[in-house]
Write a protein that binds this ligand. Sequence first.
Ligand code: FAD
Ligand code: SF4
Length: 497
Amino acid sequence: MTTTEHIKALRSEPWREQLRQKMTNKERVAIPRVRMPELSPDFRSHSYEEVNLGLTAEQSMREAQRCLDCPNPTCMGGCPVEINIPTFIKNIERGDFTEAAKTLKETSALPAVCGRVCPQEKQCESQCIHLKMGKEAVAIGYLERFAADYERESGNISIPQTAAANGIKIAVVGSGPAGLSFAGDMAKLGYEVTVYEALHEIGGVLKYGIPEFRLPNRIVDVEIAILQKMGVQFVTNCIVGKTISYDDLHASGFKGIFIASGAGLPNFMNIPGENLIGVLSSNEYLTRVNLMAAASPNSDTPVLKGKKVAIIGGGNTAMDSVRTARRLGADKAIIVYRRSEEEMPARIEEIKHAKEEGIIFMTLHNPIKYIGDENGRVVQMLLQKMELGEPDASGRRRPVEISGATELIDIDMAIVSIGVSPNPLIPKTFHGLNVSKWGTIIVDPDSLKSDLPDIYAGGDIVRGGATVILAMGDGRKAAQAMHRQLKVSGLPLIPNS
Ligand code: FAD
Ligand code: SF4
């Protein structure tokens, strides 16, 4: 049965028809979109507890009634992992939350994660039919989170079915969302999957980047445990390209390799004073706080806790850093961004939450110099004032310097969050890979296959810094393509192995 036939068959189940008859579309559209309950800004700006509290069952069932169970669900076109959105939502409407979670897990290895951090407003929700009627989209992300949380909290977690073991060994490099999604799909198909991770924790940016107050690590751990129960093996503290080589993987009998090593190399501006004490990258700051417990008073590797902290950048990483600095005691936590708020790439919800928590926004400002004291510690920062010019290649209006307009501000810490570059080790050590001038691995866009016969790649190592759901979509796409190749050719991907 094709996916379309499967969706059609599910849609025509009698209980679905009964739901459709229970309420008219007009009544469904008239229901206002639910608001996410959250911790108060006063409390949460000093706490690491999760800000969004999740919907209740009643709120979820009411929100689910808003979905029109469209015959042609346009929302699904906006989901890179192709979740059967109306089916999971209608299961919530009829109160079968476990079945809703099962539907999510058919195509997504990380529903509780995506329900929290996926930019739904730019993906599935941006394609919801409600928008065409001048209404707010169905809160697909909130409902996804509800179903996944319900299943986890009920303790009755279903493990997706896996095909009989086919004895073919597959390696994955990197345990972020791309690697986990690929591993899940390959395990379902019966492959023997081993994921190699350089760090001591599994999860990539989900663990070391995104803070607890947005995505608690224990939520990620439960989704990883499901993959383990499906048979996926994880090897931590193993840097592929250093601890083990491409040749070692061949010698171990791996017939296909998926590279999902991400983009964890921080960019700097190369301006005077960037090497002063107190100027660091978001990557270092967040990794030390999230993964090395650096904020704890007993930490062996404590992190600097500034009182006047400037974060340079306007993306999710910048928002996570500034909100972390606030929680670690900054009286003044400032976002310094060279464009206006409209051009900020961060999720609207993160900007809203940051503002509520007392974060100061200095938009249309760009640092040009850090100034230190006699001990080499940063104490001030010189900012160039900017205005907006014509749109650039990204479609956003270009920031242009206002000649002679500068401002000096006092700071005791600066966190640079202006983007990341791909981790260079794999492109350097896997000879024969075609690599772009930005250091990303070049792959065939349909199959995600590289120039090496056994290597597929996806996620940030191919796209540069992108999103969780795009990385997961790549994992799924590569799994399908690698499976097709192994199945169709019936031959090992690696010549002579
Ligand atoms: P990663 O998550 O980076 O995982 C790569 C893994 O590979 C890492 O664990 C790394 O240690 C490992 N690795 C690297 N090299 C090797 C090697 N040689 N051997 C073994 N292992 C290796 N996206 C959203 O959609 N929503 C958000 O709210 C959001 N917030 C973000 C906040 C922050 C602070 C950051 C940094 C990013 C955020 N993103 C967000 C982006 C998103 O997290 C990434 O696009 C996504 O994690 C990319 O997934 P990936 O699997 O390609 O790589
Ligand atoms: Fe439901 Fe909106 Fe998807 Fe239609 S487009 S099925 S209303 S979520």
